[in-house]
Each structure stands twice: as structure tokens, then as C-alpha cells.
Design a binder for this molecule. Structure first.
Ligand code: FAD
Length: 592
């Protein structure tokens, strides 16, 4: 076992981890540990854009952005944190620009912006151009830019090191333990402060836009320590995943004028959101698609609808709306090159000529590790800080997305709270002592890993994972009701029992043992599935992405509050609630 020592250790090399590393590294020494090579992190797949009220194409203000974010969240976001997000978004986009990020430009040389779901001008009046983008590869550009800056700043990278657990001493974080994938060797990273930036857990569900590595281990590590996770019941299903595969078709397609059509050729969003139609919030559109399909109006009565961005259709809609703009093949090719590529490669369809078959896909965790606006982890209903522990990015919950995130707001979240977290961490490290490590900091982890390595039961990882994904998709998906959710909880507990007592692993080696790491990831997915279903069953209302058929209304009187779920000493999950911070925007009915 090797022991390393750093001031700050950051787990995860996505947008959040890299932004934090960059800012912390100007003051203290920083290690970034990542199970993937950094530029393979999920941030690299983000397509449509990063939201900031630059007002390059038309008038815009950060206050309008904040209003849209709060409304999109179905009033569950903490409004003080939303203000920070939207105000600092502007500055952070310029910071990225000055690092050399190759944004698309408009004629006057400023950053190009496009429309996106739920983003409006003048407090909901009409769609606004707010999403700054680099074609449909915005995340790729952010990740490459930040990685280069981190290398320049001498951040130490430990790539293909899989973090297994936090090291806690006297209830404070003292580092992390990781497996080096190439050798199977354990490494202890001893540090004054730890940041978790491990991304989301879309792999809890069957159809997902997330990579196979989105398994939520940072969040489950926190849960294992008896610390709370916030608002897990709010998981976003993006309306437009490629049929059967779940690969994301960015909202930018609709931002550029694409529309949704059902099996009868109707633009059905006119019925569900007469005002902004195909650019309504993601939760609203996912439910609309689901209902169209359920009522037999999918394409040929099947379980998908069409997303049409052919110039012919788009120009017809633009003309009807009285807009002077027209698009052509060249425009679609230049604005959505990757989307065209996915459709041509995976489905043999050319979206310039034919509509794209789509269905909702599991996309984004609104909930996660609770933090304040400096990315410091908070651990109770009074928001007490746990000194030395930080979380940023999708695994964290600041909470700026509440019950439903607006498109483009995750990339903003990564860089705004990544930057704040990096700075706060550096300051903390400069004043904090580093306590000696206990004698065998990795002993318990080593024993658990070895037990898994030698598991000799009857259930393979893929089988348990498949059953988990199926039951979570069926009962804790776009629509939910009590009986189904209870069934999901029972099944997940049964699967957890098989996982503990009857798992089968075939690779017992040390070198690149992906079998073992997948098994470890499954443990995390099962924990998060259970905590999600338990949080969801308890919330007896519908809000944002949590849509209950048995409690269809939002209930502000009883449920305008955040869920906290933690594992008690005896192992059972315990729920608690904390108030939502409301500053300027009183909850209203959400009409699009
Ligand atoms: C297809 C797609 C398109 C999207 N498009 C947009 C968009 O246009 N705009 C927008 O705002 N949002 C978008 N999102 C959402 C956004 O991209 C993600 O929420 C965000 O990138 C997550 O970033 P992150 O830094 O939190 O984590 P990630 O980028 O997911 O990185 C996680 C990091 O943690 C590491 N890690 C995880 N577990 C471990 C472990 N146990 N040990 C060591 N390392 C670990 C990984 O190696 C990785 O480096 C999109 C998401 C998807 C899936």
C-alpha cells in the first residue's frame, strides 16, 4: 500500500473537479484522482451549451435567468444559491473564454447564444438566446480547456485510480483510499481537505444518457458515512434520448427550431405548453411524451415520438410564428454536427432529411451531497458545515436545481461552484493542520474488497444490475405511485441481499480487474436506488421531476421543503426535512 500526502485531494476530473483544482492549485498543492482519464469524464459529452445572461443577441439579465431557474425548479431551489449561480455565470463564461475556450461567435465577434428549454426574457415572456455554445460540443471544449489549464498549473493527476472510500478521523475527512486499476494496489491519499466531484448516477435506470461510469460513488460514500443526501427523489428524465439507446439529443435541437411530433403528425407540445411549446421545462415535456405514448399516439402506436429538425419543417414553423429567420442544411450541419453524426451512425437516419425517433432518457440528478454556496458539505437541517469536506458538480446539491434543472445550468453549476469550492478549499488548507493517519487506514476497505473479489455465489453483477434498472425504470421513473415505489424498494432490498451474500465474481486477479470494479459500482447504484425510492415514496405530492399519479398536485403547505436521507447506525434509512430558502420569488403555479 502506498501513502501520498497533499493539501487538497479532489475526486473526479469532470468540469467541477477540474475547475476546483485549477483555483485551489494557485495556493496549495492539489491532487485530482479519477477513475477515467480526465478528458473522458461525462462533462465531455455535454452538448447544447452553458447558460449565462450575456445578452449578446438580445436583451438579457441575470435576474431573468434566476427567475427561470427558480420557476424551472418548481420553487424548490434555494434562491440565495440561484442568485450566486446566475450572477457569477456571466463572469465565469468570460473566464473560460479568456482561457481560450473556442466558443461559436456571432458576426460582431462576441459569443454566440441559442435558445434552450425554460430560458425566457422578462420573467417568462418569451424564449431568449442565453445558451453559450461551441457547436454541440460545449462540454468537450470546457473539459479540454480546463484540463490544459490544470496541467499548466502543476495539478497532480492520478488517472485510472478508482476511489473506494473516504478516510474519516475523529469524524473529519483525512483523505481517500483508491485502487490503482493497472495493478490492483491500494493507495491512501492523506489530505487536509477532500472534494467529491464524482458526477451523477444515471446508470440506476435502464435507458440513460449517462456513460457507463455514472455510478454515483461519491454520493454513496457520503451515505455510507452516515451523512445525509438531499432531494434524491428529484431525478431528471430528458425528453429526447435516441430511441432504445438513450443517447442524448440535445435540447439545442429544439433551441435551433426543431419540434416534437406524435404519431398523428401533431405538434403536441402546443397542447401541453401553449406559450413556449417545445421549449418548456424538461419535466413537462417528458411527461407529455409519456402521455402521448400511453394514449397510443406514439409513432405507429409504439413507444417513441419524432423530433423534427429538417429545414423544411423548421422554416414552416418560423414562418407561422412570424419570424424572419430561415435555416438550411448548412446551418444544421454547422450547429449540430455531433447530433447528425450520432443519428447517421446509430440509426442510419439523416436528421436534415428525416425526423429523429426519441423517448425520455434518465439524465441528471438534481439531488446529491448537500452543500452551501462555497461547496462546503453541510450535514444537518441547520446546514452545519463539516470542515474539510467539499462537493461540487452533479454529485452535489447546492441546491440550485430544486425539483427540475433547466438545460445549460449544470455546466454553469460545475464552473461556478467548482471555482468557489476550489478557492474555499485552498483557504481552509492554509489554516488546517494535518493529523497523523491512524495505523491501518485502509484495513476495513481492503477486507471488503477482498470479500468481493472472492465472492462465489450465484448472481452475476450484470443480472442484479439489470433487475435494478428494470424495477427503477418501471416504478421510479417519469411517473410514480405508492404501490409501485414500495415494490421497487422491496426488490432493491432483495437485490442488496443477493449482492451481500450471493454474488459471483469470476476474475479474482489484480491487474485491470474491471469485474471487481463493476461490482463495487453496483453496490453504489443499489444504495442510491434504495435511497431514491425511499425519498420518493415519502414525498406525497408532485413537483418538478417527481410526478405521482396518486398525488398529482404540488402541495406547498406540506412539501415546500428539502428531503435529507441518511443511514442510521442500525443500517436503516432515516428521513428528515429542511426549509427551502426563498428570497425574491414566492411560489406560483408553473405555467409555460
Ligand atoms: C450526454 C449529456 C449531455 C449533457 N449536456 C449538457 C449541456 O449541454 N449543458 C449542461 O449544462 N449540462 C449538460 N449535461 C449535464 C452535465 O454535463 C453533467 O451534469 C456534468 O458534466 C457533470 O460534471 P461533473 O464534473 O459533476 O462530473 P463528470 O463530468 O461526470 O465527471 C465525474 C468524474 O468523477 C470521476 N469519478 C467518478 N467516480 C469515481 C471514483 N469512484 N473514483 C475516482 N474517480 C471517480 C470520473 O472519472 C470523472 O472524472 C449533459 C449530460 C449528459 C450525460
Amino acid at each position: 500500500m502506498q501513502i501520498h500526502q497533499f493539501d487538497a485531494v479532489i475526486v473526479g476530473a469532470g468540469g467541477a473537479g477540474l475547475m476546483a483544482a485549477l483555483h485551489a492549485s494557485s495556493q496549495v498543492n492539489v491532487a485530482v484522482i479519477s477513475k477515467l482519464y480526465p478528458t473522458r469524464s461525462h462533462t465531455g459529452t455535454a452538448q447544447g451549451g452553458i447558460g449565462a445572461a450575456l445578452g449578446n443577441i438580445e436583451e438579457d439579465h441575470w435576474e431573468w435567468h434566476a427567475f427561470d431557474t427558480v420557476k424551472g425548479s418548481d420553487y424548490l431551489a434555494d434562491q440565495d444559491a440561484v442568485e450566486v449561480l446566475c450572477r457569477e455565470a456571466i463572469d465565469v463564461v468570460f473566464e473560460l473564454e479568456h482561457m481560450g475556450l473556442p466558443f461559436d461567435r456571432i458576426e460582431n465577434g462576441t459569443i454566440s447564444q441559442r435558445r434552450f428549454g425554460g430560458h425566457t426574457s422578462n420573467f417568462g415572456e418569451k424564449p431568449v438566446h442565453r445558451a453559450c455554445h461551441a457547436a454541440d460540443r460545449t462540454g468537450h471544449m470546457i473539459l479540454q480547456t480546463l484540463y490544459q489549464q490544470c496541467v499548466k498549473n502543476n495539478v497532480r493527476f492520478f488517472d485510472e485510480f478508482h476511489v473506494i472510500d473516504l478516510v474519516m478521523q475523529a469524524s473529519k475527512p483525512a483523505g481517500v483510499i483508491a485502487v490503482e486499476l493497472a495493478s490492483g494496489e491500494l493507495h491512501v491519499f492523506h489530505a487536509r481537505a477532500v472534494m467529491i466531484a464524482t458526477g451523477g448516477w444515471g446508470r440506476v435506470w435502464q435507458i440513460s444518457s449517462n456513460g457507463y461510469t455514472a455510478t454515483g460513488e461519491g454520493a454513496s460514500m457520503v451515505l455510507r458515512q452516515g451523512l445525509p443526501l438531499e432531494d434524491l427523489e428529484f431525478y431528471q428524465f430528458h425528453p429526447t434520448g435516441l430511441y432504445k439507446m438513450g443517447i442524448l439529443i440535445t435540447e439545442g435541437v429544439r433551441g435551433e427550431g426543431g419540434i416534437l411530433l406524435n404519431g398523428r403528425g401533431e405538434r403536441f407540445m402546443e397542447r401541453y405548453a401553449p406559450h413556449i411549446k417545445d421549449l418548456a421545462g424538461r419535466d413537462v415535456i417528458s411527461r407529455a411524451i409519456y402521455l402521448e405514448i400511453r394514449e397510443g399516439r406514439g409513432i405507429d402506436g409504439r413507444d417513441y415520438v419524432y423530433l423534427d429538425v429538417t429545414p423544411e419543417t423548421v422554416n414552416k414553423c418560423l414562418a407561422t410564428a412570424g419570424e424572419p429567420r430561415r435555416i438550411d442544411r448548412h446551418y444544421v450541419e454547422s450547429k449540430l454536427p455531433d447530433i447528425l453524426d450520432f443519428c447517421r451512425t446509430y440509426l442510419g437516419i439523416d436528421p436534415v432529411e428525416a425526423p429523429i425517433p426519441v423517448q425520455p432518457t434518465a439524465h441528471y440528478a438534481m439531488g446529491g451531497i448537500p452543500t452551501n454556496a462555497n461547496a462546503e458539505v453541510v450535514i444537518d437541517t441547520g446546514n452545519s458545515v463539516l470542515p474539510g469536506l467539499y462537493a461540487a458538480g452533479e454529485c452535489a446539491c447546492a441546491s440550485v436545481h430544486g425539483a427540475n434543472r433547466l438545460g445549460t445550468n449544470s455546466l454553469v453549476d460545475l464552473v461556478v461552484f467548482g471555482r468557489r469550492g476550489g478557492q474555499a478549499m485552498a483557504e481552509y488548507c492554509m489554516g488546517a493542520n494535518i493529523d497523523a493517519l491512524s495505523e491501518d487506514p485502509a484495513g476495513a476497505v481492503q477486507a471488503r474488497l477482498d470479500r468481493l473479489r472472492h465472492a462465489n455465489g450465484k448472481f452475476r453483477v450484470a443480472e442484479l444490475r439489470g433487475r435494478m434498472q428494470q424495477v427503477m425504470s418501471e416504478h421510479v421513473g417519469v411517473f410514480r405511485e405508492a404501490q409501485g415505489m414500495q415494490q421497487a424498494i422491496d426488490t432493491i432490498r432483495e437485490l442488496k441481499d443477493h449482492y451481500q451474500n450471493d454474488l459471483l465474481l469470476e476474475d479474482r486477479g489484480y491487474v485491470f480487474n474491471s469485474d471487481l470494479m463493476e461490482a463495487w459500482e453496483l453496490g453504489s447504484l443499489l444504495d442510491l436506488s434504495e435511497a431514491t425510492a425511499v425519498s420518493a415514496l415519502a414525498r406525497r405530492e408532485s413537483r418538478g421531476a417527481h410526478a405521482r399519479e396518486d398525488c398529482p398536485d404540488r402541495d406547498d403547505e406540506k412539501w415546500l421543503k428539502h428531503t435529507l436521507i441518511r443511514r442510521a447506525d442500525a443500517g436503516e434509512l432515516k428521513l428528515d426535512y429542511k426549509p427551502v430558502v426563498i428570497t425574491d420569488y414566492q411560489p406560483k403555479e408553473r405555467v409555460y
